[in-house]
Write a protein that binds this ligand. Structure first.
Ligand code: UDP
Length: 253
């Protein structure tokens, strides 16, 4: 299809060299994986939905002054982003207990947390992305104390933004994962939200019914993943049929 150079292929995305230095094309695949890739499938249309949803969230973050790597969406499956140095951490923010937090600490899924919790996992598939403390991050030089403070502040801003966006369409943001990148400018660097924000990396529950509208649908075999992601996109006004309908001619008596 194209001759551009593949830089990296991950579980859900492929990165290609971008058209200009310092840019990257991020291609969203239809592949779904869970439990450290022990469960795999191809979910037709997932990549298109995630590309569109990710664009929506990244543009919204930029609009409120949260820096991201996003430049623009190129087509159905690709977006142009700034090349960054990814900090090898998964930054997880939780508002409600679920998933590994519930399992680790025996807290029932759905328990509202008194305040958002920010957790870090070391990005390493071979080790199963283990949970790490701030002390590990500093001691192993994955990030400085200053970086860490900035990462937590960024993560909490993303949490407020995403919680508000979801609240507006009747969805609760239970938790999410982001990755942070460094962009170097001379001797300094600044931190930006990188990778992706999509229902693959969030837990989203319908506010009334608690129906899951995220990757847990795939992880736990709860039905159609594209139906769930389409529902999120539809509520956010991102599906073609959910656009403003033209009122059409009015019958005048
Ligand atoms: N998450 C992710 N990628 C990972 C691990 C977690 O996107 O490799 C997201 C996950 O979708 C959820 C949040 O981070 O929204 C918290 O996940 P948790 O630690 O509960 O792990 P899980 O239950 O997914 O193993």
């Amino acid at each position: 299809m194209s001759r551009r150079k593949k830089i990296y292929e991950g579980k859900a995305k492929i990165l290609y060299e971008g058209p200009e230095p310092g840019t990257i094309v991020q291609y969203f695949k239809d592949d779904a994986t869970a439990f450290n890739a022990q469960k795999k499938d191809v979910i037709e249309g997932k990549g298109v939905l995630n590309n569109r949803l990710c664009e929506h969230f990244m543009l919204g973050l930029a609009a409120i002054g949260v820096p991201t790597h996003f430049i623009r969406r190129l087509n159905m499956r690709e977006q142009l982003v700034r090349e960054v140095e990814i900090i090898p951490l998964e930054v997880i923010v939780r508002n409600v207990a679920a998933g590994s937090l519930s399992q680790r600490l025996g807290i029932e899924e759905g328990t509202q947390l008194a305040r958002p919790i920010v957790e870090f996992s070391y990005k390493n598939d071979a080790l199963g992305d283990p949970l790490v403390a701030e002390e590990h991050i500093i001691a192993f030089n994955w990030a400085s104390q200053q970086d860490l403070d900035d990462i937590i502040a960024l993560a909490l801003r993303v949490n407020d933004f995403m919680s508000g966006v979801m609240y507006g369409v009747g969805i609760r943001l239970i938790d999410f994962k982001i990755e942070i990148g460094r962009i170097y400018e001379g001797d300094f660097h600044r931190l930006v939200v990188a990778d992706e924000i999509s229902p693959d990396s969030c837990r989203l529950w319908d506010a009334k019914t608690n129906q899951k509208l995220d990757k847990d649908v795939f992880r736990r075999d709860l039905g159609s993943l594209t139906d769930a992601y389409s529902e999120v996109a539809r509520r956010l006004g991102l599906m073609p049929e959910s656009g403003k309908t033209h009122p059409g001619p009015k019958l005048v008596n």
